[in-house]
Design a protein around this ligand. Structure first.
Ligand code: EPZ
Length: 420
């Protein structure tokens, strides 16, 4: 198994290009099921999760040509509606094929996504939405079997909790439904906006894009014809590199970013003492030798993103005072705490709140990645820890970061990928 070996203490400098957003590419790949014609996706991130979902399309009978950042997909050849356990168990976002398969073919069988390190992550809201649109849902043998033989019917869907995946599945199902669907309390992430724009560009009438109330006029089971889609920049990848500059007190530039998508992270880093220069799609961050402590609560977009919580905790370990971090979206997203404490940080947990007390220095050690964003937090801490840090189980990292060690090396970090 691979691990990353980092020798701490290097200052970073220079610039790197941010890749396409994994969390926008995944629903967009699923949405191609709504079409029986070819479509081209560009600026895909070169990460495991993208390859996994493209493999699922292939297993379902779709035609997929994929090189690093471009995929040509034609689901006109699709001949199966069973998303098998072997794939879904590798990546829970495979559940995003539920809505499009059901909408296009009137039935599907999707393996229930397995457990996940950061929380239970149920899909009850996805299933309730499908039932509200007329589907019959049965759960048996670890599979969700959904049927809507006469197609889905437009409905009013009120989410009692904001769900990114639930909103995405419902948008895709509604696109081919008979009649109008209204989603109330919809998620507003940039990836939701890009998915809506992709559907709208295919002729689906959508109102309220980017708001918490979205109305979709379905085509009544008429497959869509998509225009080519260029995936938006990855706001979480960008935020992670901003944290790399902050924790090492460096000045770096990120290219091909959408600054509007990372305002919450920029505001928090400014509050900690970092400064920014924004020039179109380029952001330059300069760190500070005296990082102020931070107080943050994770919440849905445009609030502070849960996917940046672990990375900010790593930065907070080097602040001159005590930081307080509350995780409100997931019930178990502090797995990085005990690993950061192995590097010498002094973090205390009480329920969903972490107190990050100041320490003079972190010291290199062997640590273990537990989930995608926790892995990146451990790498960030390794950049500043004295001596050598080995981050093990980085298959978690490879799911969502495109060439992290290569980009950090370009910026001057002493990091390399080795095999155990
Ligand atoms: C998406 O997951 C992202 N993944 C996650 O990023 C991100 O952390 C999350 O949104 C929140 O922003 C992708 O986009 C592929 P949710 P998703 O449904 O859609 C509960 C990463 O690091 N919930 O918005 O699964 C759920 O348990 C990943 O890139 C229900 O209770 O998140 C959670 O507490 C990690 N019932 C909350 O809602 C449901 O039916 C938010 O979940 C669905 C969700």
């Amino acid at each position: 198994m691979d691990y990353l070996q980092i020798t701490g203490g290097a200052k970073l400098s220079g610039s790197i290009k941010i890749s396409g957003a994994k969390n926008s590419a995944l629903p967009i790949i699923a949405a191609t099921i709504l079409s029986d014609k070819p479509v081209k996706l560009t600026n895909l991130p070169n990460v495991v999760d993208i390859r996994t979902l493209l493999k699922l399309l292939d297993i379902l009978g779709g035609t997929v040509e994929h090189n690093d950042t471009v995929a040509n997909i034609n689901n006109g050849t699709m001949n199966s509606t069973k998303a098998v356990y072997e794939i879904v168990s590798q990546m829970r976002a495979s559940i995003l094929v539920l809505g499009p398969l059901l909408a296009r073919f009137g039935e599907c069988e999707v393996s229930l996504p397995g457990g996940c390190a950061i929380g239970q992550r149920p899909i009850d809201l996805h299933l309730k939405a499908m039932e509200a649109m007329g589907a019959t849902i049965e759960i048996k043998g670890g599979y969700v079997r959904a049927e809507a033989p006469n197609g889905l019917q437009g409905a009013k869907i009120v989410f009692d909790k904001i769900t990114v995946g639930g909103t995405e599945n419902t948008l895709m199902a509604a696109a081919l439904a008979h009649g109008t669907t209204t989603i109330v309390n919809a998620a507003k992430e940039p990836e939701i906006v890009q998915l809506c724009e992709m559907l709208a560009d295919a002729g689906v009438k959508i109102e309220g894009i980017g708001t918490s109330e979205i109305t979709i006029e379905g085509t009544g089971q008429k497959p869509l014809t998509f225009k080519d889609v260029e995936i938006i920049p990855d706001r979480i990848e960008a935020g992670t590199y901003l944290c790399a500059a902050a924790i090492t007190n460096s000045t770096i530039t990120l290219e091909k970013v959408n600054p509007a998508h990372i305002e919450a992270s920029i505001n928090k880093l400014e509050a900690m003492g970092c400064s920014f220069k924004i020039d179109g799609e380029n952001i330059t961050i300069s760190g500070t030798s005296r990082l102020k402590p931070v107080s943050l609560v994770t919440t849905e977009y445009p609030g502070f993103p849960t996917d940046m919580q672990a990375q900010f905790m790593a930065v907070a370990t080097m602040a001159i005072g005590e930081s307080v971090i509350e995780e409100r979206l997931f019930e178990n997203r502090f797995m990085h705490v005990s690993e950061l404490n192995r590097l010498g940080s002094d973090i205390w947990l009480k329920g969903s709140v972490a107190a990050v007390k100041p320490v003079a220095q972190l010291y290199g050690a062997d640590v273990m990645a537990t989930d995608l964003r926790a892995s990146s937090a451990l790498v960030l801490a390794g950049l500043v820890a004295e001596g050598v840090t080995n981050v093990h189980r980085i298959y978690h990292l490879d799911r969502g970061y495109d060439n992290l060690e290569g980009k950090l090396s370009t910026l001057g970090a002493k990091i390399e990928r080795l095999s155990e």
